[in-house]
Design a binder for this molecule. Sequence first.
Ligand code: ATP
Length: 402
Amino acid sequence: LIGQKAQKEGFKVYAVGGFVRDLLLGVPNHDIDIVVEQDAISFARKIVKYLGGQIKEYQKFGTATITLKDGMKIDFATARMEFYPFPAAMPEVEETTIKHDLYRRDFTINTLAFRLNSDKFGDFLDFFEGSKDLEQGSIKVLYNLSFVEDPTRIFRAFRFESRYSFHMDDSTMGFLLNALENNVMQKLSGTRIFEEFQAIVLEPNPSVILIRALELGVLDNIFGKCSNPQQLKQNFKHTMDSIVCLKEKGILEKKDFILVYLLVIINSYPKKVFEIILKDFNLDKGSRIIIRNFFDVGLERIEKLKSNKHLDPSEIYDSLNGLSVHSLCAMMAIADNDLLKNRIFLYLEELHKVDVEITGNDLKEMGIKPGPVYSKIISRLRQQKLNGEIHTKDDELNYIKS
Ligand code: ATP
């Protein structure tokens, strides 16, 4: 339909990028990327009139996104060549042809395109041997300074390696190491690094990607010297186990993964990284509070919970109450101690649900004057309930009377 419309309206349009790559790999991809040789925004406007749905326009970049009623997304971009006034800056856009457009892309496997115009529908464009690299599972940049121009491509390379079990070829790896020697990661803003981390944690195995980034020195390039790389590597592995386990139990959602990984990373880097992440990573207020709380009180509590000493359920509750599920997951990953894990599970699955049934009104009716004593009574009742001394509301009333 898009090809017919393009033909009728005099536009040249192509399906490109991740959509074509995944189509050839037989992998589902629900976002369609379309390049328009003329102005993509005016073409997208025509399409939205034709197909319905919602359009969002980005004038600065010459792009538009249509979200169809069934949730499918179509991205329209004007064919362009990007000029980078200095490395790692945001691209400035200039109109040019499809070949130039494909040349500016990250890897050869993402340069493949199909013509959509109805007169040449399905013509396959492969200017840079992308289909050969796709077959061989090879990730190759298009030019030597690709990673210097845009260091986020380093993370993208790791993501594609891990997602499809592909590998960077030797020269691409050489360019990457060379870019790192020039400290390219330092040129990225916190916001862009955070966006890349968000994309990484949504991949099937974020830990493998982060371990690769650690081993090749990418994390050190961003954060300074890791205090114990072997330990961090182990922690990344344990993080994966912990998030999978808590997700299966319905306790953690995918959107929570990012914070768990950030806590694990901060824990292994110099103190200043804590401040940098809080200041530059564009985190919301809630996330910043969780991070502060983890390092202010969370870590200390690990020691007590790891020790073999007998702890009453109410003591476990008191140690973990007030810590977010992200913090608990990160604690499990960092400590990797079975006793601690069991205690956290006990807290998440049972203890934190234990509630006192008596209300302030009940206490008033019993003739107790409102004041700080109310919260003392409630917390004593909770302690009794957690330790299995009392069970029902009647037990609570009798306990107060006694
Ligand atoms: P994913 O499946 O993770 O969404 P994708 O390849 O579809 O992967 P997008 O981020 O949606 O990734 O980008 C669409 C296309 O835009 C890519 O296939 C690639 O051709 C190009 N692209 C994206 N980011 C970059 C970049 N940093 N440098 C160059 N080209 C890029």
